[in-house]
Design a binder for this molecule. Structure first.
Ligand code: URA
Length: 182
């Protein structure tokens, strides 16, 4: 299962996640590790498009949280790949930014059967090409995690202290804050 941020213009019109340019890149990243979008479930933190594609607001995240929870409960994924800061912070319940936690499995607070695997949001690679190499590398690591899950134990704690460089293709970063899980 993969979780992004919020529908954009094309996603809003089609009612499907990741069907725009970020979606094209996501499909390429999946292909790279031998999957198509039919093999995975793709969701977003927000279920509606924020006006002007602005960042999700805390109250919007809170309103949509039960829907994502139900999606995870129904899908029962072994791995939830959180794409970008919003999904990662929401599902880990921690404020660590994606730059410090990407590419390594983390525990899912509500279930030992699920692991979180944070990666940069694909849109970050549309604007900054160096992020593409990081995404490709992380997808390769995730493929290894899928094929040999016991080799990669999740880290117990993510460090909550390091300030975060701005790498996301979003309109400004939300203040780091501790987010409760669901
Ligand atoms: N970005 C997201 O986070 N989600 C989408 O569905 C499309 C772009």
């Amino acid at each position: 299962m993969l979780v992004g941020e919020a529908p954009g213009y094309h996603e809003d019109r089609q009612g499907l996640p990741f069907v725009g340019r970020a979606g094209d890149l996501l499909e390429k990243l999946l292909e790279r590790i031998g999957y198509t979008r039919d093999d995975v479930f793709i969701a977003n933190v927000l279920k509606c498009r924020p006006p002007e594609n602005r960042d999700p607001q805390p109250e919007e995240i809170e309103l949509c949280r039960p829907f994502l929870r139900q999606q995870i409960e129904i899908i029962q994924p072994a791995i939830v790949c959180t794409m970008g800061n919003f999904a990662t912070r929401l599902l880990t319940g921690k404020s660590d930014g994606i730059s410090s936690v990407h590419g390594r499995p983390l525990p899912f607070p509500d279930s030992d059967d699920i692991r979180i695997f944070p990666v940069f949001h694909p849109a970050a690679a549309l604007y900054t090409w160096s992020n593409l190499a990081l995404l490709e590398k992380d997808f390769d690591v995730m493929a290894g995690l899928i094929s040999a899950p016991d080799k990669h134990q999740p880290e117990v704690e993510a460090s909550a202290t390091k300030p975060e460089p701005q790498v996301e293709a979003t309109n400004g970063e939300a203040e780091p804050e501790q987010l409760g899980l669901f």
